[in-house]
Write a protein that binds this ligand. Sequence first.
Ligand SMILES: Cc1ncc(COP(=O)(O)O)c(C=O)c1O
Length: 393
Amino acid sequence: MSATYLMPTYNRQPISFTRGSGSWLYTHNDTAYLDALTGIAVCGLGHCHPQVTEAIQQQAATLVHTSNLFGIDWQERAGEALCTAAQMDSVFFANSGAEANEAALKMARLYAHNKGFKRPKVIVMEQSFHGRTLLSLSATANPKARAGFFTLDDDFIRLPFGDIEAIEQAACDNDEICAIFVEPIQGEGGLNTAANGFSYLEQLQAICDAHDWLFMIDEVQTGNGRTGKYFAYQHSSARPDVLTTAKGLGNGFPVGACLARGRAKDLFGAGSHGSTYGGTPLASRVVHSVYEVLSHSDIMQNSINEGQFIRNNITAQLKQYGVTSRGAGTMIGIVLPENMDCSQLVDLARDEQQLIINVTGGHVIRLLPPLNIKRDESEQVVERLVKVLKPRL
Ligand SMILES: Cc1ncc(COP(=O)(O)O)c(C=O)c1O
């Protein structure tokens, strides 16, 4: 087959996989690749996790879709589970990260509307990535993704990630700010963490509370155990008003969620937002199965242990070349020297070592292995990556 009929929205790698199991992907001739990317932080429980597969199979044979015009038992169960895990009050189910973020940003606008604002603004960060629907794209920093789309730039104030003073200045200069929207760790933007780590979120919440803005966190990539807590904000004492998630939420099944708390909980009313597919019986049962696995196992602790093991061992072997690491849990950035040519690394890792990785922010290798990666697989990630990097450093 060829991609002739597909819109060329991706520069695809010259490989495809026909089967996956745990940390491994297999080609049609059964060559095994060690997957340290998991579909960009999606298959956190590994490929085809048995409990998730069983949930999909059983529900597909029972009831796939009705409509949000009716009660949906599995949606209610998944909603309760997710609100419990996220310490939030209510949830709207969508089908992707961008859709979840679109819901959050619409909530911020409603919040501003209720205050009588005429031209509300949301503070977002440099290097942020929030998706590709028009509002979430407007919140996104990436110039390549934004180019040509007449993004809604007047609706956002973009400030440096981690810079509290810049936000305080913005608060003095503008009286129609209604929210801050931030990723706890910037995934697409280069695995960026704030200088003071997750305490940054506490500072942001304090500013939001002082000004009566909504504090909104994008956990599309950091959520569902990826950083070693169910949600990354739980590494701090901060509490968001709005939290979005997707990716690991369905372990590969497309689903997203926008959760709200306190003053944000009842912003949406009947008819103010919706989605034909959001929270189908099938999607909701999958969400519930992921929750069951995450909350009744030591998988998040494993994410912390193995993430630390991979980071420590790679940096121990490559620190003399200026290689460092950052991130949390199995959200790992291996930071290479800025002058290194990283353009071929993804291909080299794949073709020489059968290792699937990603490079972001120009010179940061992004590793997002399954949270339940086994120790011998972590050893192989280290060994294979070091073999690719060492001769080129
Ligand atoms: C932090 C963050 N937000 C939003 C998105 C968009 O999610 P989706 O591709 O599911 O629309 C992504 C995707 O990479 C992301 O990393």
